[in-house]
Design a protein around this ligand. Structure first.
Ligand code: N01
Length: 857
């Protein structure tokens, strides 16, 4: 740092915003001995609770949880008066906090930040305001909140109206008296749903313009719940700690039961109990899969709709008020108090904008397609440019003058939602890519502030002056955030979570849906691993701790966690017999895979007796091409139906017959018995193709793992022994070599189901060491790969076999074979074939089916 102490306008930290985040940040930084200033547009503290003063504004997380936890004394000094506190009470609380910690002296009110530029030469941030101030700081923090930038009004003619217009998110401080007025409210999100019943109490006429009906649960507001208070008071520390390590920042244990594993009566009981409880969380957390399972979600949606139908007298209005356009929970659930009943009042009318859209706001009212309506006042409850709007409203420029707005034009990119590559010493509190709006904001704010304060102390203690995410770490985090979002139903809604409410905003899922607990774990791990993924510059030494914090696909990770929780013995610690029994037991639990036209179990005669096979025929009329499939299991485990869901998948999605053939297994029958059977079965199927319903000369092979090895080997044998003719080979995470020295054998030696030691166990059972260079064991060792059929090779990033599969694909390609090669990021050896279990590998599976279709065209 080259800043001179004499510069009075220089701070360690400049923060933007004096809401819940800014206040705690100031306190925390002061405690840690940093100089800090917060710049705030408003003339007082409070952030969202300063601006959103519309009638009925309240928190939708219970007040006891929606409270700072950093100071037990503060907790003792403040008593909430209601279960869901009103905006004035929450604002008083934040004012109390500001006074109690004497924070106002470090806040410049009525000051808007216009620009923040990183000065590369001096290594500081230069911040300018609308007041003409120019300040500098080592660190720059956006504590601007997720829902603070009002969405620009996009209703036509908005400027024409001569009467007063009000915006819920910028409500006049003196309040508004609607008594005797004809009022229009546009928008039925949380703000509309909270304010409409109260506006209706005053207005002589209220017309609500609804574009999309919303799900809302009753708030059942009242005094603080006794049992809730008792729980907190019994052990405040444990209570708050449980919140910090919960899914959404409220201490409710996560549920592991999928909806349809619960009996219908019990499902209904839980929904009803959640409804009576009156909160955002209970119903959702009564099951494990309401935001991932569309059918389960549909059933709960209908429960919500029936509640509306029971409350609203006019049938057409009731139907219009029933949310139908998006899955439940994929827009923020609203908490309501007499909202639906308000539409039973004779002076309240609902206009369904889908049937009767607004043509224009006029001088005296609103014209829709069907009528002209006169109003004395219009209220806009039209929402926010959420999560990114307030951040990019400031002209933030990082290294080389790069504008944040520019690099976020296709959607925000952050590392942990905290920092952005190219913007050293820049932090966003509850930024996009963190749980933020999907959590209790206070818990997430405290976590971010603590993390930032710790980071600043780490830099100070280590004589470092800047911290910046690497592009690789950021890219991996963005992928991780998207991967999680894509496992859920959230992307289906046109919500502000998706940026879909603001015309022209890129459609990207903005928050992190993996949970407060998992997110906190990731942030902690980054620190424990010496700020993994951050470049750290110092006066004497700098380091770049390159790396990715989460790269296993989230559903794969969940599967790994589930398997670990079963504490089963590893297969390689068992006898082959016991390993087979354990395998059978676990495959019995899988989803069955898609329906196909017909499944036939039969057998053929091999070189050493009968070989079982299972034939899968598509629903469409034949004849069809045939794929001979070899199952996985390290030549030791499995049989003709052990990859049943995957075979069904290939059959149904490629419109081919799949014949899954068994082969003799080791250690009872060692190498080359499996190869002999695999090849004999191939010949028999080629010769009997027509009687099996296949097309002659339309034959391909496929296999997974050891089966991929056999598919590769029989392709070589068929090619060298002139038959049968094979149109293509699909090799899925194949064993291509017996060489354990490749990088992937070390990188992925443990932790991803197929371990290095399990592979050693398989090889030892299957094949003598001195035979392993035989190309029938290690197909990559073949003298020539020329003339082999076209291939698709699929490898998984986190598989010990990854590099040999990659090497085989490359070797075939070099030999002139037409090869499609797909390495699946974040996948493990067993996840690519896990039909209906691992959703994140669905794209690769689709590609395999395309490849199979390509073999025959
Ligand atoms: O905003 P919203 P909000 N023509 O975006 C409609 C938090 N919050 O201020 O859905 C016609 O949810 C829009 O219609 P559509 C909470 O997280 C919390 O209500 O886009 N209509 C929608 O109905 C919440 O989720 C509390 O089709 C137009 C409404 O306006 C978030 O803030 C209280 C329109 C906007 O709903 C935002 O809530 C309040 C147009 N041109 C808010 N443009 C608590 O309880 C928009 N709409 C703590």
């Amino acid at each position: 740092m080259k800043i001179k102490d004499s510069n009075k306008q220089h701070y360690d930290v400049i923060a933007v915003g004096a809401g819940m985040a800014g206040l705690y940040l100031l306190h925390k930084l002061r405690q840690a001995g940093f100089s800090a200033v917060a710049l705030e547009t408003a003339d007082d503290v409070g952030g969202t609770w300063y601006w959103n003063r519309y009638p009925g504004a309240r928190c939708d997380i219970e007040s006891l949880d929606y409270s700072y936890s950093f100071d037990p004394e503060l907790e003792n000094e403040w008593q909430w008066s209601e279960r869901y506190a009103t905006q004035p009470e929450i604002l008083r609380y934040l004012q109390f906090v500001a006074d109690r910690y004497d924070l106002r002296k470090d806040i410049r009110f009525s000051t808007r930040v216009d620009q923040a530029c990183w000065n590369e030469e001096e290594q500081y941030w230069n911040v300018t305001t609308d007041k003409g101030d120019s300040l500098t700081s080592q660190f720059y923090v956006m504590a601007t909140g997720c829902l603070s930038m009002p969405k620009e009004t996009d209703v036509p003619g908005v400027k024409r109206f001569k009467g007063p217009t009000y915006f819920t998110n910028r409500w006049p401080h003196e309040g508004v008296n609607f008594t005797g007025l004809r009022v229009a409210v546009i928008g039925t999100g949380s703000s509309g749903i909270q304010s409409i019943p109260l506006i209706a109490e005053e207005a002589s006429q209220l017309t609500v313009f609804q574009r999309t009906a919303n799900y809302a649960a009753p708030a059942n507001n009242g005094p603080l719940r006794k049992e809730h208070l008792e729980k907190l008071e019994a052990d405040r520390f444990a209570y708050r700690e449980n919140a910090r390590w919960s899914r959404v920042g409220v201490p409710i244990p996560p549920n592991t039961e999928p909806f349809f594993t619960v009996e219908p009566e019990e499902r209904l009981r839980r929904m009803e109990a959640g409804w009576q409880q009156g909160d955002l969380l209970t119903i959702n957390s009564s099951f494990s899969d309401l935001v991932t399972n569309a059918e389960a979600n549909l059933e709960v949606q209908e429960f919500f709709r029936n509640k509306v139908r029971a409350k609203v007298e006019d049938e057409e209005t009731a139907e219009d008020l029933c949310a139908k356009d998006f899955p439940l929970f994929t827009k923020r659930l609203c908490l309501e108090t007499k909202y639906f009943e308000t539409f039973n009042k004779p002076h309240v009318k609902l206009v369904n904008l889908n049937r009767n859209p607004i043509n224009s706001i006029t001088e005296s009212g609103i014209d829709t397609n069907e009528e002209s309506m006169e109003f004395d006042a219009i209220v806009f409850a039209t929402g926010f440019d959420a999560m990114t709007g307030a951040i990019v409203a400031v002209d933030i420029r990082g290294r080389e003058g790069v504008e944040l707005k520019d690099i976020w034009k296709d959607g925000p990119k952050t590392y942990l939602g905290l920092n952005v590559h190219g913007f050293p010493n820049f932090f966003a509190i509850t930024g996009p890519g963190s749980p933020s709006v999907l959590s209790n904001m206070v818990v997430s704010i405290e976590q971010h502030v603590n993390w930032i304060a710790d980071a600043l102390q780490y830099l100070r203690n280590n004589n470092l002056y800047s911290l910046e995410a690497t592009s690789k770490a950021q890219e991996a985090w963005v992928t991780h955030v998207n991967d999680y979002g894509n496992l859920t139903l959230y992307p289906q809604a046109n919500s502000w979570y998706m940026g879909a409410n603001v015309p022209g905003k890129p459609r990207v899922f903005l928050p992190y849906v993996g949970g407060v607990d998992r997110y906190r774990q990731a942030c902690d791990e980054v620190v424990q691993r010496d700020y993994l993924g951050f470049e750290q510059l110092g006066a004497e030494a700098s380091l770049c701790n390159e790396g990715r914090i989460r790269f296993v696909k989230p559903d794969v990770q969940l599967l790994l966690e589930l398997l670990a929780s079963l504490e089963q013995p590893t297969l390689d610690s068992l006898s082959p017999e016991d390993a087979r029994t354990q395998m059978e037991a676990s495959t019995a639990q899988r989803p069955p895979g898609p329906d196909v036209g017909e499944v036939i179990d039969s057998s053929l005669l091999g070189p050493d007796g009968v070989i079982d096979y299972r034939l899968y025929r598509p629903e469409s009329e034949g004849p069809h091409p045939i794929v001979v499939y070899y199952h996985g299991g390290g030549w030791v485990l499995g049989h003709s139906s052990s990859d049943d869901p995957f075979c069904r998948y290939l059959c149904a999605n490629s419109d081919v017959i799949v014949v899954s053939v068994n082969y003799r297994h080791a250690p009872e029958a060692r190498f080359p018995a499996a190869v002999e059977d695999a090849y004999a079965a191939l010949i028999w199927i080629a010769e009997n193709a027509e009687s099996l319903g296949g097309k002659s000369n339309q034959l391909a092979v496929a296999g997974w793992s050891a089966g991929g090895n056999l598919a590769a080997v029989v392709s070589q044998i068929a090619q060298s022994q002139s038959g049968p003719s094979i149109c293509g080979q699909l090799l899925v995470t194949p064993v291509a070599d017996a060489d354990f020295s490749r990088t992937s054998y070390n990188d992925n030696a443990e932790g991803y189901i197929l371990t290095r030691s399990l592979m050693e166990w398989f090889w030892d059972h299957y094949c003598d060491v001195n035979e392993r260079d035989d190309p029938r064991a290690s197909p990559i060792k073949a003298e020539s790969l020329e003339g082999l059929p076209p291939a698709m090779v699929v490898t998984a990033e986190l598989d010990p076999l990854r590099d040999e599969g990659n090497a085989y694909a490359e070797a075939m390609s070099t030999a002139g074979v037409e090869v499609r090669h797909k390495q699946a990021p974040g996948q493990i050896h067993t996840s690519i074939t896990a039909v209906d279990t691992i959703v994140s590998s669905e794209g690769v599976r689709k590609k395999m089916c395309e490849a199979i279709s390509g073999f025959f065209n």
